[in-house]
Ligand binder design. Structure first.
Ligand code: G4P
Ligand code: NA
Ligand code: NA
Length: 189
């Protein structure tokens, strides 16, 4: 998506060789019009696949996942991220490390929000190592639902997340892929 590349070049800052800061678009703010365009683009890329639900992780995945669900005309489910686990019989729970926060959290999805008949599209804003994605996919699979595909706004392709998911056989579509942040420079693939 060229418009997204332009906005990234104008508005993102490179924090270090691994981390990009994109507060105006993904991490701290939302451009509604551009976000709706992202949703349309994901809907287009997964056209032809049966999708009954979109799923994401709170918080920064929610706007683009909402836009995608709106374009597809299906409901959105977002996993909650919690620091503690007191066990919850009514929920699926997966423990995942967080790349930027350096902590371990639990992803939680209520059992009554996913059914074996569902075919679920996972949408997220950024993929790094893919730990959150793999955790969420485990939850979808535990529910008996199918994974229809994975849509990522920004894939940092120098980290293993996207590649690993493709190797597992998932269809992964990224709107923008960044191959390097070395030397303070954003390099698109
Ligand atoms: P991974 O599984 O792909 O390794 O990464 P993970 O999802 O653990 O990433 C944890 C959080 O870090 C995510 O937000 C993700 O969006 C964010 N993140 C990963 N790489 C970058 C980056 O280069 N820049 C920025 N700004 N964020 C990055 P989250 O924990 O789900 O929190 P929230 O922001 O959605 O609330
Ligand atoms: Na985030
Ligand atoms: Na996220």
């Amino acid at each position: 998506m060229d418009i997204l590349k332009e906005r990234i070049l104008r508005e993102a800052t490179v924090v270090n060789a691994d981390v990009l800061k994109l507060d105006s678009l993904l991490n701290h703010g939302v451009d509604p019009e551009l976000t709706m365009e992202m949703g349309k683009e994901f809907a287009k890329r997964f056209a032809g696949r049966t999708i009954t639900k979109v799923i994401t992780v709170e918080s920064s995945g929610i706007p683009v996942a909402f836009a995608t669900a709106y374009s597809l005309g299906v409901p959105l489910v977002f996993a909650r991220r919690k620091k503690t686990l007191l066990g919850d019989a009514d929920a699926y729970v997966e423990r995942v490390p967080s790349f930027t926060k350096g902590i371990v959290t639990d992803l939680i999805v209520s059992r009554n929000l996913l059914a074996p008949e569902d075919s679920v599209l996972f949408i997220d804003d950024i993929i790094a190592n893919g730990d959150a994605a793999r955790g969420l996919l485990k939850i979808v699979e535990q529910s008996g639902a199918k994974v229809a595909g994975i849509g990522i706004v920004l894939e940092k392709s120098f980290q293993a997340g996207g590649r690993t998911l493709r190797e597992l056989g998932y269809k992964v579509e990224s709107l923008v892929r960044i191959s390097s942040l070395e030397g303070n420079e954003i390099v698109f693939e």
